[in-house]
Write a protein that binds this ligand. Structure first.
Ligand code: SAM
Length: 225
């Protein structure tokens, strides 16, 4: 059964974010070039990017500043960035154009469904998730993206030796994520525990907000074994 049928709880709330003029223009003029519509077709990365390269999915890119910077730095890798919010999509489309990035495309949809229905098994080199919504109230914990069913899904999609990099500024979620991965025999933590921030990850917009509130940040990198 597709995971989308057994996972009605979403890890995001769809807000009616207002688009700036620049974002609206970006969506109008650049979507056909850089976005991929959600559908039941399996993504053919080599066709999309016109050549081979490591395949990295980012879940929840927010406004996309970090996404664009990473794609610019790791320019031999290919990225599909997924989020549900239009202002971020408009913003990232404009960044792709400004930076002339050939290695980044966007899907505006629930990433769980994109992984489940559009992604070949054992195909991904990496998954990046930077500052997933913490859903910190106990009664909301069930909405957290990273939990056992999600691990089962990504275990199917990652290649052996592929990695998942998660960062959060919520201590409770950091420990929760560490626990979920440590209980799963398919993963080992890259540094046997929390990692130092890898050099390729610049600070994100959401992270800066957390740091200004005095939050600490935890990076975690797990390898599929
Ligand atoms: C707290 S924000 C962090 C954004 C960005 N990574 C940053 O650090 O600035 C989390 C983002 O994840 C997105 N998100 C949450 N669950 C998602 C899902 N299942 N599929 C796609 N995007 C999701 C939200 O829409 C939101 O933009």
């Amino acid at each position: 059964m597709p995971i989308s049928k057994i996972r009605p709880i979403r890890s995001y709330v769809l807000r009616q974010g207002r688009l700036t003029k620049h974002q609206a223009e970006g969506i109008k003029s650049l979507s056909s070039l850089y976005t991929i519509p959600f559908g039941d077709n399996i993504l053919n990365w080599d066709n999309i990017f016109n050549g081979e390269g490591k395949k990295i999915i980012e879940i929840g890119f927010g406004m996309g500043h970090t996404t664009a910077e990473i794609a610019e730095t790791l320019n031999t890798f290919n990225f599909i960035a997924i989020d549900v919010h239009s202002p971020g999509v408009g913003n990232l489309l404009n960044k792709i154009k400004e930076k002339n990035l050939n290695n980044l495309r966007i899907i505006q949809h629930d990433a769980v469904e994109v992984l489940d229905r559009m992604t070949l098994d054992d195909s991904l080199d990496a998954i990046h998730i930077f500052f997933p919504d913490p859903w910190h109230k106990k009664r909301h914990n069930k909405r957290r993206l990273i939990q056992e069913p999600f691990l089962e899904l990504i275990t199917r999609k990652l290649k052996k030796g592929g990695y998942i990099h998660v960062a959060t500024d919520w201590e409770d979620y950091a420990n929760w994520i560490m626990d979920v991965f440590k209980k799963n025999a398919m993963y080992k933590a890259k540094n046997s525990d929390f990692s130092k921030k890898p050099l390729y990850r610049p600070k994100t917009k959401y992270e800066n907000r957390g740091v200004n509130l005095g939050h600490q940040v935890w990076d975690m990198v797990f390898i599929k074994i």
